[in-house]
Design a protein around this ligand. Structure first.
Ligand code: ZN
Length: 309
């Protein structure tokens, strides 16, 4: 399992460019922008180790999606939430357990009264990921730059206030957010948020413009395909991925066709008795011109090869 995890993490991380020494992966609150009547985002501007942060504001509560890495980022995001909704309860949900999404939760306010604190919701599959893997990538992230190391120093996972099995409807007062566990895709605990009133989907790493990353030993291309079908059925008007630019249904279609091509090529290679490694080389050679992240390609090809009958 350890070797497999190291391989998986290599695939997960190798595609990301190294950070400049001075570019701390901080959430930039001045970038806050409204994308629907109840929905704001703080875009990541495609910076590594930074997520897109979502904020959904109702009449009785505000839901924050993803924290940024470390307590400092969590406090930055919490301050934006407080400013958008000065007198409302803060709910927090994370799209998966990787540190830039979840490990700022301790920077959010804690307190016994409704308005003092914040309520962290987490899918039970995400809790399993934390229990099994912990922050396996923290050291690798920390090694990338002193600024990243500084943010992660002493960072820990906050315990969830509400752990849910499959899904949870959160009524924010006039706005409802449907929070659902959708893994195993990028990770086992992948969590999406559907703001049904405004047809906005927060898709985590399940749908993005950058190539998909098979970051868990549990990642499954077949399951990921079925997740994409379910998300397409929602007919989202806007998709906010956890990294990269916001888009529409074409982001789902892009992942569908990428996976389908890989599945077809991997099935053909396996049928022709190619080894897994040979299939990875051949399919990578055929596709890397269009999809340059070879490590991410390899992760998808290996999953497709293994799962092909
Ligand atoms: Zn991730």
């Amino acid at each position: 399992m350890r070797a497999l995890l190291a391989m998986v993490l290599g695939v997960f991380l190798a595609g990301a460019p190294a950070l400049a020494q001075d570019a701390a992966p901080l959430i930039l609150p001045e970038k806050l922008k409204q994308i629907a009547p109840s929905v704001w985002i703080i875009p990541d501007e495609s910076r590594p180790m930074v997520p897109n942060v979502g904020l959904v504001v109702g009449q009785t509560g505000i839901l924050v999606i993803d924290t940024g890495m470390g307590d400092k980022n969590g406090a930055i995001v919490a301050a934006v939430a407080r400013k958008l909704a000065p007198n409302l309860r803060i709910y927090l949900v994370t799209t998966h357990f990787h540190p830039e999404h979840d490990m700022g939760a301790n920077g959010f306010p804690r307190g016994p009264r409704m308005l003092d604190g914040s309520t962290l919701l987490r899918a039970s599959t995400q809790e399993q990921d934390i229990a099994e893997f912990g922050c396996s990538v923290c050291k690798i992230f920390s090694d990338r730059s002193p600024a990243a190391a500084d943010l992660l120093k002493g960072a820990t996972y906050r315990a969830a206030d509400i752990s849910f099995e499959n899904d949870r409807m959160l009524d924010l007062g006039g706005v409802r957010a449907y929070i659902f566990a959708a893994g195993p895709n990028h990770t086992r605990g992948d969590t999406g948020i559907w703001v049904e009133t405004e047809q906005v989907l927060f898709s985590g790493d399940i749908v993005m413009k950058p190539q998909p990353s098979f970051a868990s030993p549990y990642s499954s291309i077949a399951h990921w395909q079925s997740t994409l079908d379910s998300l397409a059925q929602l007919r989202p008007r806007t998709i906010v991925p956890s990294h990269g630019p916001t888009g529409g249904p074409e982001l789902i279609a892009g992942y569908k066709s990428y996976f389908t091509e890989i599945q077809e090529r991997a099935a053909a290679a396996k049928k022709a008795k190619s080894s897994e490694d040979d299939a990875v080389s051949a399919i990578t050679a055929a596709m890397a011109g269009r999809f340059p992240d070879k490590n991410r390609l390899a992760g998808a090809i290996r999953s497709a090869y293994t799962e092909s009958p």
